[in-house]
Design a protein around this ligand. Structure first.
Ligand SMILES: Nc1ncnc2c1ncn2[C@@H]1O[C@H](COP(=O)(O)OP(=O)(O)OP(=O)(O)O)[C@@H](O)[C@H]1O
Ligand SMILES: [Mg+2]
Length: 264
């Protein structure tokens, strides 16, 4: 396997609440993301998926263990890693047009190059010509595609997605999954997706990692040997898809039973 673009080694995160409570969210999580690989992390609500992604992206220093990006310790946010957050509808600036929102993520580039990159990114997510619209003028699915364009405009080596399709309807969700699958196939970034939707994880990934209940660790890893390119109407009907989904679900239920009563 080629050298990992992103590596988490024995990462543990312990958080302190404002009331003085201390929560050990995850313990001893190790994972290596190869260049161009698509890996998903699934696990029960409150297992610490978002917390782990924040550590993986450099937004939060892990309490124990370490994260490295391109072979170097990751101690802060870094160009080369883009994140689409769980609450995407809060992540676009409402007072800025879509084009300006996307351009913000490429502000280090000279103006002419920035403009062409923004146009490219909007085209990639099928929002061509929509740059002058404001977020509130777009549907939820379109806003999510705008958030994706913003994540992609800088040409990341790793794209991290935290429940990116949680607040859209099922049809839009399927379409957005295909937007991501398509972008990933045509680009060269590695992807790390966090989701509680097992079908989505299986559909998109090369590997699915299942988190246990808190303190979470990786309790299972399932290799997804489904052919690519994948398409909703085809892939999800394959016998192998159904088998893999059942296999992952089994682990998730086990993890969920472990967390029953823990809340989130
Ligand atoms: N800043 C914080 N201070 C203290 N505890 C926190 C903080 N942020 C999260 N937690 C706790 O850490 C645990 C993990 O939260 P996290 O948001 O990572 O879970 P998650 O798996 O992403 O959940 P969901 O599926 O609901 O998005 C939760 O119990 C949460 O209450
Ligand atoms: Mg979360």
């Amino acid at each position: 396997m080629p050298e990992a673009v992103l590596q988490m080694s024995h990462v543990g995160v312990t958080l302190s609440g404002q009331d003085g409570s201390v929560v050990e969210v995850s313990r001893d999580v190790s994972l290596a993301l190869a260049p161009r690989e698509f890996v998903s992390i699934v696990g029960p609500s409150g297992a610490g998926k978002t917390t782990l992604l924040r550590a993986a992206s450099g937004l939060r220093r892990p309490t124990t263990g370490e994260v490295s990006f391109d072979g170097e310790p990751l101690t802060d946010v870094r160009a080369g890693i883009s994140v689409v957050f769980q609450e995407y509808n809060k992540s676009l600036f409402p007072w800025m047009s879509i084009g300006k929102n996307v351009a913000m993520a490429a502000r280090h580039l000279p103006a002419a190059e920035r403009a062409s990159r923004v146009a490219d990114a909007l085209r990639l997510v099928a929002l061509e010509g929509m740059g002058s619209r404001y977020p509130w003028e777009l549907s939820g699915g379109m806003q999510q595609r705008a958030a994706l364009a913003r994540a992609l405009v800088s040409g990341p080596r790793v794209l991290m997605l935290d429940e990116p399709f949680a607040s859209v309807d099922a049809l839009t969700r399927g379409l957005l999954e295909d937007v991501v699958a398509d972008l990933w196939e045509r680009s060269s970034f590695a992807a790390l997706l966090v989701t509680h939707d097992v079908g989505e994880a299986v559909y998109l990934s090369d590997r699915v990692l299942v988190l246990s209940a808190r303190p979470s660790r990786i309790m299972a890893e399932v290799t997804i040997d489904l052919p690519r390119p994948r398409r909703q109407t085809h892939t999800r009907r394959l016998q192998r898809f159904v088998e893999l989904e059942a296999e992952v679900l089994e682990f998730v239920y086990k993890a969920g039973r472990g967390s029953a009563g823990q809340g989130s």
